[in-house]
Design a protein around this ligand. Structure first.
Ligand code: HC1
Ligand code: SF4
Length: 566
């Protein structure tokens, strides 16, 4: 700890490891492209240079504060260097902002504007390389890449996978997927975290579904049905300047205006998942079989387990994820009830997640040759559709979800934040085993730490439970479980930091602060909802009864559960 002077202002520092963090704490921003507070420091882009007395020009992200340091972040020299850095990056960057998915959210665009760059003194890129559109989830445009390496670091450090890497040196340096293969051929689990950190449009979601959704809406033969995941309701407002507040009512209204015939809530089938999965868990506890149980709603985690841990596949819950349960319900049951063939119903999921695009195209999730979920749009893509349709989102009146699957519980909403699935299971199990009627809140599952572990007593059962987010942290936990160092009965795994609130399809900035604010709103929604546990959902009881003669039986197993491929 100590004091440094920045632009004449004396600032205390304590445990900040770099000048950048001290400056930002004091309300002085410094531009950065290759820096991310949750990843290792590369010091590659040099945009964050500052002038330090007796040390000259230094990258503020990789220079530690020292007592008595005198720093200038906005001197003539600093600005000259920053402009040069920006001009060099811009010269090599495809500057077709008008057709870029990241326009408006691009840091390079913002800084070029902030620093008043009007023309480049360097020759511009002329030869364009082809885009990698092989993946259902992520599109890479090499012509936009500025080699900041954030994608390389997030995939390696947070997901433990390492899909991206640098190739060649010097001016020939590029970033490629492993073995220089198309992304779809790599070990990518589609989480979209590389999209979340990419500052300038080199990595974006595969948004090709938007056109397909418009076509379905305009096709008079199709009944178009939409469902919305828990997490987008606490993040979509960011796209419209409202911040991380609950916009469920406006979102439903916007979807109706866009032309959806029915709008449902994935929270309804999150309750369904809780009931099916909790009973599966209780069954395994009695038999002492396939423990620990791992949750299966995160398609990134499922693909990771299939690819890297085939020995664990019997431990995964056989439950389909909530949105695939809804898809199955809609195509197998609800369409019939409406007298519609499954092919004539078009189901769209609004998800915070890019991996859901891949999950929806898994061949096991089909009904009579038609995908249970026809298209997945990310939160960001849904916002784009609303703008295209000329919807003034902030002026919308709230609208309600459709009957007869209208009721939702706070428990189901919690699925959107890390720990929420586990809390839902605990609420259900405690409610059922103890015949408890009131609210059952679980503390240990909450918060943004990557690994949370606790033992809790439910009646005579002592349950050891773990919640983890990020696949690198998951791998650490698995090592402990598989070596016998730790015994747990159930594990919730979400691939994205913070759970679905931090999904790769959420609005930019998709960082720790925003994830925290969204999760807070998810818990707010839960605390306001009257229905608290999955078993409180009476609409769900009726649906179970009408379509399958109850829950957790042979028929629900057929329609709502799945199997995995090593
Ligand atoms: Fe999720 Fe889920 S919570 S996986 O994080 O289980 O995407 O929000 O829709 O399916 O409900 C995502 C969120 C979402 C499913 C549910
Ligand atoms: Fe890695 Fe996820 Fe990006 Fe795939 S989508 S390359 S797994 S960070």
């Amino acid at each position: 700890s100590g004091k440094i002077t920045i632009n004449g202002q004396v600032i205390d520092f304590t445990d900040e490891t770099n000048i950048l963090a001290v400056a930002r704490k004091a309300g002085i921003d410094i531009p950065t492209l290759c820096y991310h507070p949750e990843l290792t420091i590369a010091g590659a882009c040099r945009l964050c240079v500052v002038e330090i007395e007796r040390m000259g020009m230094q990258a503020s992200c990789s220079t530690a504060p020292a007592d008595g340091m005198v720093v200038y972040t906005n001197s003539e020299r600093v600005n000259r260097v920053r402009k040069m850095v920006l001009e060099l990056l811009l010269a090599n960057h495809d500057r077709e902002c008008t057709t870029c998915d990241s326009s408006g959210a691009c840091k390079l665009q913002k800084y070029a504007n902030d620093y008043g760059i009007k023309r480049l003194r360097y020759p511009s890129r002329t030869v364009m390389a082809p885009l990698d559109t092989s993946s259902l989830s992520v599109v890479r445009d090499p012509n936009k890449c500025i080699l900041c390496g954030l994608c390389v670091r997030v995939c390696k450090e947070k997901q433990g996978i390492g899909v991206w890497d640098f190739k060649n040196r010097g001016s020939r340096t590029e970033i490629v997927a492993a073995m220089d293969q198309p992304l779809a051929e790599s070990a990518c689990i589609n989480c979209g975290q590389c999209i979340a950190v990419c500052p300038c449009g080199a990595l974006t979601s595969n948004s090709s579904a938007i056109e397909e959704v418009w076509a379905a809406i305009r096709d008079p033969k199709k009944t178009v049905v939409c469902q919305i995941a828990p997490a987008p309701r606490a993040a979509l407002g960011e796209e419209f300047g409202l911040g991380s507040v609950d916009v469920t009512g406006k979102l439903v209204a916007a979807l109706r205006k866009v032309g959806f015939d029915k709008v449902f809530d994935t929270v309804f089938t999150a309750d369904m998942t809780t009931i099916e999965e909790s009973n599966e868990f209780l069954g395994r506890l009695v038999k002492g079989e396939n423990l620990p149980l791992f949750t299966s709603c995160c398609p990134g985690w499922v693909k990771y387990a299939e690819e890297f841990h085939p020995e664990l596949l019997n431990n995964l819950s056989t439950c389909r994820s909530p949105h695939q349960m809804f898809g199955s319900l809609l195509k197998k049951k609800y369409a019939k009830e409406l007298g519609i063939a499954p092919q004539d119903m078009y189901v769209v999921s609004i998800m915070p997640c890019t991996a859901k695009k891949y999950e929806a195209k898994r061949p096991e999730f089909m009904t009579e040759g038609s995908y249970d979920v026809d298209a997945v749009l990310t939160t960001v893509e849904a916002a784009r559709m609303f703008r295209e349709a000329g919807i003034l989102f902030n002026a919308l009146e709230n609208s309600e979800f459709d009957q007869p699957m209208q009721q939702t519980t706070g428990s189901g909403v919690l699925f959107g934040a890390t720990g929420g699935v586990m809390e839902s299971v605990v609420r259900y199990v405690a409610g059922k085993l103890l015949n408890a009627e009131g609210r059952i809140d679980v503390e240990f599952t909450r918060g943004m730490e990557d690994t949370k572990i606790a033992s809790i007593n439910v009646g005579d059962n002592k349950l050891s439970l773990a919640v983890v987010n990020g696949l690198a942290a998951t791998e650490e936990l698995l090592k402990k479980i598989q070596s016998g160092e730790m015994t747990v009965h159930a594990v919730e795994v979400m691939a994205c930091p913070g759970g679905c609130v931090g999904g790769g399809g959420q609005p930019y900035q998709n960082d720790g602060e925003h994830r925290k604010a969204r999760a807070k709103e998810i818990y707010n929604i839960d605390s306001k909802l009257v229905l608290h546990k999955a078993q409180d959902n009476e609409d769900l009881d009726k649906i179970f009864e009408k379509y399958w003669g109850g829950c957790c039986n042979h028929d629900t197993h057929h329609d709502l559960h799945t199997h995995y491929y090593p």
